[in-house]
Ligand binder design. Structure first.
Ligand code: ATR
Length: 277
């Protein structure tokens, strides 16, 4: 039987950590398989997907700027539809299916890193209203969270998420986020604020309740100012690397038939790569 292969498709794609993660699991499970980087320009993406099988690929991850196109060119599941973007593709007979594993990646990472996070959780505050926020909101609603305050610089985008997901989502301007901290049992930053080279995130963690959990999807740097401040206050703080690792599980399982584990050893490997020499 031919060697099974999957890839990550992006433009650019050099920065992707997916080959490191999947390569680690392929080795760990002793599989005769390969995971490659495929730099593909936007105008060549549709053609590339139509050639996936002929190139010997059982599936692929999709990263910037192709995630919306991947949704349109495949048969998406409910998660990809809700997020409006697909990050994982797999061949199923003659059909190219897709999902968005950010939803399960976000929830699985919270379960692993802050067990019991949803016990008695009534209200969450999510910062941002892009694709990452949609994955987070969809995951939280699926977990039965009653209320999600969605604070975004551009209020219209938060309002359109309420239209999509319903009244449990309450839009607010980002400038009002600090005023909504006291009621939030969970705070999630999905904006790029606090990322290296981006402006800081002006959140005063002192206003959160003592049992609140803080999640930052930013993982460059790994220890963001938000997470440092939360830890200094003794709050449970969850970084973005865990989500990156957990979102990779679903693709690997679909392509290679083995459900891989997110272990400390894998995290250490990817962390070293993020930090660099
Ligand atoms: P992703 O798909 O990763 O969520 P995105 O769709 O580009 O990326 O969304 C980025 C988020 O970060 C948005 O909520 C954006 O706010 P706007 O909707 O107002 O653009 C937020 N963001 C980015 N830069 C920001 C800044 N300087 N100040 C406030 N919010 C910012």
């Amino acid at each position: 039987m031919a060697k099974k292969a999957a890839c990550v498709i992006g433009w650019p794609v050099e920065h992707s950590r997916s080959p490191l993660i999947h390569g680690y699991w392929i080795k760990e499970h002793g599989l005769d398989a390969e995971y490659r980087r495929e730099p593909v320009r936007p105008e060549a993406f549709a053609d590339f997907l139509s050639q996936l099988a002929t190139q010997g690929y059982v599936g692929a991850n999709v990263t910037v700027p192709h995630k919306e196109a991947a949704l349109a060119l495949s048969m998406p599941d409910e998660r990809a539809m809700a997020v409006g973007a697909a990050n994982t593709l797999w061949r199923d007979g003659g059909v190219l299916r897709s999902t968005n594993t950010d939803v399960e990646g976000f929830i699985a990472n919270l379960d692993a890193s802050a067990p019991g996070w949803d016990r008695r959780l009534r209200s969450a505050l999510v910062l941002g209203a892009g694709g990452a926020a949609r994955a987070v909101v969809f995951g939280l609603l699926g977990r039965g969270i009653e209320r999600i305050v969605l604070a975004n610089r551009t209020l219209d985008r938060a309002v359109s998420l309420q239209r999509q997901f319903g009244e449990r989502v309450q839009p607010a301007p980002l400038s009002e986020a600090n005023g909504r901290l006291a009621e939030a049992g969970l705070l999630v930053n999905t904006t790029s604020l606090g990322m290296s080279g981006q402006p800081a995130l002006a959140i005063d963690v002192a206003r959160l309740s003592a049992n609140a959990v803080v999640v930052d999807l930013v993982y460059a740097p790994l220890k963001t100012a938000l997470l440092k401040a939360a830890r200094a206050r003794g709050l449970r703080a969850v970084d973005g690397l865990g989500m990156l690792l957990h979102q990779a599980v679903g693709g690997f399982e679909r392509w290679f038939g083995v459900r891989p584990q997110v272990t400390r050893a894998l995290r250490t490997l990817v962390e070293a790569d993020l930090i660099g020499p």
